[in-house]
Design a protein around this ligand. Structure first.
Ligand code: FMN
Length: 203
């Protein structure tokens, strides 16, 4: 069990080119998206909106918006994780609906509302939302690796170009990350990570 999970993490790498002749099944795509949907999020606000890009025309437009990275044109699907922005305003309908799931107690809800309003006032909301999307991306990439599917986190993009390609409104969304998925064309390079004791400290 533990070994299976670690094996998946070893298998996952930033795949630089996919085999465009191999396509991911609908069932596997659904499994990967479910792993994203079930991710944790700050205040339970589920900051993400997953846009599954499947047509070649749109993949080519994304590729151009991502400095011509070929992962975008060779993948089976490119999952664009749009980061909610406008929906996160304190008191707005979306936030109220999410908070209503957190507690039945009016006192507790008022406490959460006021705590959230203070928190919100002190942060960069776009950056915060994008960070939450990275968590969903990680879960999807790990889930994909667990069933032998490759991916690449793509943060190298022009946000306005991606927004234009998908017709997204800058007031409503930012771009969290793009995760193309598919099957690798080439063997993966060896893992290059700092040693355990260089990154872990016990106190
Ligand atoms: C937020 C983020 C953005 C990234 N953007 C890109 C990218 O635009 N293109 C790319 O090829 N790799 C990208 N990567 C992949 C990293 O370069 C890669 O994960 C790192 O070099 C470690 O290699 P590995 O994932 O193959 O083990 C990104 C990774 C992260 C976490």
């Amino acid at each position: 069990m533990k070994e299976d999970f670690l094996k998946a993490l070893e298998f996952r790498h930033a795949c630089k080119i996919f085999d465009s002749a191999k396509r991911i099944s609908d069932d596997d795509l659904r499994f990967i998206l479910e792993a994203g949907r079930l991710s944790p999020s700050s205040f339970g606000l589920e900051h993400w909106h997953f846009i599954v890009v499947q047509t070649q025309g749109l993949k080519e437009k994304l590729k151009e918006a991502c400095f011509n990275q070929v992962q975008l044109s060779t993948c089976s699907y490119a999952i664009v994780i749009a980061a909610k922005v406008d929906a996160l305003r304190p008191g707005c309908e979306y936030v109220e609906a999410r908070f209503a799931k957190l507690s039945d107690s009016p006192e507790m809800l008022n406490f959460i509302r006021s705590f959230y309003a203070d928190y919100y006032a002190g942060i960069d909301v776009r950056q915060w939302s994008v960070t939450q999307c990275h968590i969903a991306a990680t879960n999807m990439m790990s889930a994909a690796a667990f069933i032998g599917i490759d991916s690449c986190p793509i943060g190298g993009f022009s946000t306005p170009k991606v927004m234009d390609a998908l017709g997204l409104d800058r007031e409503q969304y930012d771009i969290g990350l793009i995760v193309p998925i598919g099957y690798r064309l080439n063997p993966q390079p060896s893992k290059n990570r700092l040693a355990f004791d260089k990154v872990v400290e016990y106190r």
